[in-house]
Structure formats: structure tokens, C-alpha cells
Design a binder for this molecule. Structure first.
Ligand code: FAD
Length: 523
């Protein structure tokens, strides 16, 4: 009898769950200050991302006018009998559907009126010149953060290569670029957050106040709360940038110099570069790519103009910031630093530009690619952190092995100092003092050659991951993408227990950011 009852109850629950459809009209009764949209064009936009591979359509899209709007929505999801998922969407620049959710609500953070924050609260962005920070809305784009802080002669310290990303979106990962060796990732450069947890509570957190929530959210892949306000550290903004590239044909000379340069992070500003990146050049054609307009398209540098063994080149990319006040010493400072490096002689390429033009360098190329219809194509990106001790094996097995001679997009490689990363934050990195970021930023073209097709590139990504696994190179994925909980447990390793505990505490119904596919919702 008891078994029968249990069975009937289970079937009833199943029917309720399967039959449940979220009703946007009911949701509107919550009285949002912003706008809850079911407009097909809004639903379509929220269903896609930069990756161009995954789609999932939400039931509605909330354009919040305040953090309180988001709190109302999440609280309703948390308290409703059936429950429904809520996913913050920064600027939709994920590549594997991480900001999407089917049958739930997407909160469109970028471009929403939330940047002005709810009634009676001070407008954002708000700069404190005295304490050198800016408070911004979680959906603010980095380009707009820069514009607002420059009005005060200040700028954030740590960047991403591309500025049309949302603050909440990059902080949910880490936010890295060539400044990270010096300042750490963007998650190492924030003082305070306002967060709507998966229970619908709006909490302020920092290293001292609610520190568990603060550290869980930083690099937390959107699992513990929706970031609505961020206090970002600032520094005086430099005026100009000397931007330099030098070439190497020898991988160990290249990595030796990169590691030497990042080891100078503790030196005074005059004794080190401000930005250190690098890339692998295996394509036969131009030493140029969409990421930067460094080399003029009218005057491309050809690999054939450089003598190389096996057709592989590595480009070290470095910058030095300066102001009018020290313009007369910049040449000497750069020369002194370059003297210590072992690049191919006579292959120094230099350009000089404003700080803003340097930081916003990728956008110019975005516009060019958009005009040719080459921006909105599938992007099967793969980003890895590779331990320093195995980077030469990675070069042999992947760059000189799996890749062949076609890359279909930029491949970045540059080292990081682990001591600039706070281990209490959720993001995971290899267990070595120095590790490399290796980014395969590729675009798939269906009418291109075989090696440019999505299937080919996706398969190559699989081969790269399998190679690392078989060669026991303990990589960690950056902007990770897994589909089973076991893979996520392996990814987080020692941090999994804490990650899971924080989930139980801050999002017990597993409502948030379901597109990451880490936890199954409880409904
Ligand atoms: P989305 O893709 O919209 O969201 C990403 C995840 O964060 C989702 O799970 C979402 O639910 C969650 N999320 C979004 N907003 C919030 C919020 N306010 N609170 C809590 N969770 C939130 N990354 C780097 O580190 N360095 C780079 O140089 C870099 N360059 C890039 C260049 C391009 C052209 C592109 C497309 C991406 C680049 N990225 C880079 C990756 C980028 O950091 C990620 O795509 C990141 O997710 C930011 O994108 P987004 O703001 O559009 O977030």
C-alpha cells in the first residue's frame, strides 16, 4: 500500500513538473520598475551568444531598472512551488550557452536601466578620486567604465583584451589580459560587491563583510548570485602607450624571455613593462589577426620575410605606458628592457598610441569583421591554463603537432604569476607559481576550407584536451565548459567541496546560471 502511495505521489510530482509553464503575466504582478519582455526579438537575442553554437530560449527577459527588480524575480523563483531558473546575461559573449536558460528568465544586465540604480540611490558609475575606486552597475561594459573614470584622470588597473564585455560577466570568470602578471586578474582588483543571492537576498560583500559570498562569486561562473554593483580599484590613467612586438623562432627563448619579464613585477614602474602577451604564428600568410591592428594591413609582415625553422614564429607583445612628463625617457627605458631579451635581431615592430586606443584595440577590428559578415560566425574557442613546467611539451604536442599549418584565428600564449591570484576566489588555476594562458580564438567558416569548418575545429579542440590528458599535463580550462558533474568535480579538484557547499548556502534550489551545466536545478 505504502509503495503504491509513493508511486502515485511521484507520478503526480512528475506531471506537475512537466506540465509547469512559467507565466510571464503572473511574473509581471511582481511589479518591476524595469521591463519584463516576451517580445520575440528579445527572446531570440537572449537565446544566443558569441559562440554561435548553443541556443536555449527563455520564457521572458527582464530588463531590470534596479538591483531590487532582480531580487524580486529571484525571490519569486526561489519561493514558488515549482521553481524556475534565472540567468544573468552580461553581454552574451560566452561561447557555450553559459548565460542562457530554457524555460526560465534571462536578466539582461548590459544596457539595462539598472545602471542608474533604484529610487533614492546614488547614480552609477560613481568615482571616488580620494579613495581611487569606482562603483559601477554589474552589467556595465568595461568600455563605459573606462570612459567614466577617465573623466577623473583615473582608470582600472587590470583589463581584458576586449572592452565590450560586462563587468559581472568577466568577474564571474576572472578577467585576464597582459596586465595580469602585474596586478592579477580583474577579480583581484575589486573591493566590494552587491549581490542578489539565489534566495533573492540583496547582500553587500567584501573581503571583510560576508567574505564567503565575496570569494565564491569572484570566478564563480554565476553560481552564487547576480552581481549588481562592483567597487573597482583605480590608478592614475597613463596618457600614452609604446606598443612593441618582437619575434622568436625558438620556443624556449620566447618562454624564457616572457618568464623573465613577468618576474620583474615587483620592480618599480620604470624597470618593467606594463603589459605582456604573446602569440603563436603558424599560418603561412600575414603576421596579423583580428585581435589587433598592430601591423598595417597595407604593409603586412610575411613569415617568409623572417628566416625560421619549420615555419613557426612566436610573437612577444609588450607595452610601456607613459605621460608627457616622462616622454623624454621612454625610449631609453624601453631600450634598457629590450637589451635583456633574445628575440630575432632586427625584428622589432613599434607603434605609439593613446592609452584609450590601446585598450580599445580589438574593437576596431570587430567593426571591420562585422562589415564583412565575419563577426557573427561560430566561435569554437578553447582557453587553457597550462603549468609552466609542461609548456614546452604543449608546444611540441599541440602547436607543432595537432594544429598543422592552419589556425583559423589568433592563438595567444602568455604567462601569469599565481601569487597575484587570490586562492580563496572560486576560479581554479594550475598548481605552479607560473602558468600560461593559451587561447585558441578561432572562427568557423562553413564556406571556407575543410580546416575552417566548425566540426573540424571542435574536433581539434577535443584532440588538444585528449593530448593534455594522455600526456598528464594538468591544464585547467579558463571560461570552462563541461557537461557532466564528474567533469566539473575534476575541474575544481580540491575546491569542489567548498564550491558545492557555497552553492547549498547561496543558491540551494540551484536556480542561477543553469547554462553552465554544473548543478541540476531542484525542479
Ligand atoms: P555573459 O557571456 O553574458 O555571461 C557569462 C557568465 O557569467 C554566465 O554564466 C552568466 O550567467 C554570468 N553572468 C553574467 N553577468 C553576471 C552578473 N552580473 N552576475 C553574475 N553572473 C553573471 N575574457 C578575458 O578574461 N580576457 C579577454 O581578453 C577576453 N577577450 C574576449 C574577447 C572577445 C571578442 C570575447 C567574445 C570574449 C572575450 N573574453 C575575454 C571572454 C569573456 O570574459 C567572457 O565571455 C565573459 O563571460 C564575459 O562576457 P559577458 O559579459 O558577455 O558575459
Amino acid at each position: 500500500m505504502t509503495t503504491k502511495l509513493v508511486l502515485v505521489f511521484a507520478i503526480f510530482c512528475l506531471l506537475v513538473t512537466v506540465g509547469f509553464t512559467l507565466d510571464p503575466i503572473e511574473l509581471r504582478r511582481l511589479g518591476f520598475e524595469g521591463h519584463l519582455s516576451v517580445d520575440p526579438s528579445d527572446l531570440k537575442a537572449a537565446s544566443s551568444d558569441f559562440g554561435g553554437v548553443n541556443t536555449a530560449e527563455p520564457v521572458a527577459v527582464l530588463f531590470p531598472a534596479s538591483a531590487e527588480d532582480i531580487a524580486k524575480l529571484v525571490k519569486a523563483a526561489y519561493e514558488s512551488a515549482q521553481g524556475f531558473s534565472v540567468s544573468a546575461r552580461g553581454h552574451g559573449h560566452s561561447t557555450n550557452g553559459q548565460a542562457q536558460t530554457a524555460n526560465g528568465v534571462v536578466v539582461q544586465m548590459s544596457g539595462s536601466r539598472g545602471s542608474r540604480v533604484g529610487s533614492g540611490k546614488p547614480a552609477l558609475p560613481k568615482v571616488s578620486e580620494k579613495l581611487m575606486f569606482v562603483d559601477v552597475w554589474g552589467g556595465e561594459l568595461w568600455i563605459d567604465v573606462l570612459t567614466s573614470t577617465l573623466e577623473h584622470g583615473l582608470a582600472p588597473k587590470s583589463w581584458t583584451d576586449y572592452l565590450y564585455l560586462s563587468v559581472g560577466g568577466t568577474l564571474s570568470n576572472a578577467g585576464i589580459s597582459g596586465q595580469a602578471f602585474n596586478y592579477g586578474p580583474q577579480i583581484s582588483n575589486v573591493y566590494e560587491l552587491d549581490v542578489v543571492t539565489g534566495k533573492g537576498e540583496l547582500l553587500t560583500c567584501s573581503g571583510e563583510l560576508n567574505p564567503e559570498l565575496f570569494h565564491a562569486v569572484l570566478g564563480g561562473l554565476g553560481q552564487f548570485g547576480i552581481i549588481t554593483r562592483v567597487r573597482i580599484a583605480l590608478e592614475p590613467a597613463p596618457q600614452r602607450v609604446r606598443w612593441i612586438r618582437v619575434l622568436y623562432s625558438n620556443f624556449s627563448a620566447f618562454t624564457h624571455d616572457q618568464e623573465y619579464l613577468i618576474s620583474l613585477s615587483g620592480q618599480p614602474a620604470t624597470g618593467k613593462f606594463d603589459y605582456i602577451e604573446g602569440s603563436v604564428i603558424v599560418d603561412e600568410g600575414l603576421i596579423n589577426n583580428w585581435r589587433s591592428s598592430f601591423f598595417s594591413p597595407r604593409n603586412p609582415v610575411k613569415i617568409s620575410s623572417v628566416t625560421v625553422d619549420g615555419g613557426f614564429l612566436y610573437s612577444l607583445e609588450i607595452t610601456k605606458n607613459y605621460n608627457q612628463s616622462n616622454a623624454d625617457t621612454i625610449d631609453q627605458e624601453v631600450e634598457d628592457l629590450l637589451k635583456k631579451l633574445n628575440f630575432i635581431p632586427a625584428k622589432i615592430f613599434t607603434t605609439d598610441l593613446s592609452y584609450v586606443d590601446f585598450l580599445d584595440r580589438v574593437h576596431k577590428n570587430e567593426l571591420k569583421l562585422r562589415s564583412k559578415g565575419l563577426w557573427e560566425v561560430p566561435h569554437p574557442w578553447l582557453n587553457l591554463f597550462v603549468p609552466k613546467s609542461r609548456i614546452a611539451d604543449f608546444d611540441n604536442g599541440v602547436f607543432k603537432g595537432i594544429l598543422g599549418k592552419k589556425t583559423s584565428g589568433p592563438i595567444l600564449i602568455y604567462p601569469m604569476n599565481k601569487n597575484k591570484w587570490n586562492d580563496r576566489n572560486s576560479v581554479v588555476t594550475p598548481n605552479e607559481e607560473v602558468f600560461y594562458v593559451v587561447s585558441f580564438l578561432r572562427s568557423a567558416l562553413e564556406n571556407g576550407g575543410e580546416a575552417q569548418k566548425l566540426e573540424y575545429l571542435t574536433n581539434q579542440n577535443r584532440l588538444i584536451l585528449r593530448f593534455c590528458y594522455e600526456a598528464r599535463i594538468n591544464i585547467k580550462q579558463y571560461l570552462p565548459h563541461y557537461t557532466t558533474q564528474q567533469e566539473w568535480m575534476d575541474h575544481f579538484g580540491d575546491k569542489w567541496a567548498q564550491f558545492q557547499q557555497s552553492k547549498m548556502e547561496f543558491d540551494p534550489r540551484r536556480i542561477l546560471a543553469t547554462g553552465q551545466q554544473i548543478f541540476k536545478p531542484s525542479f
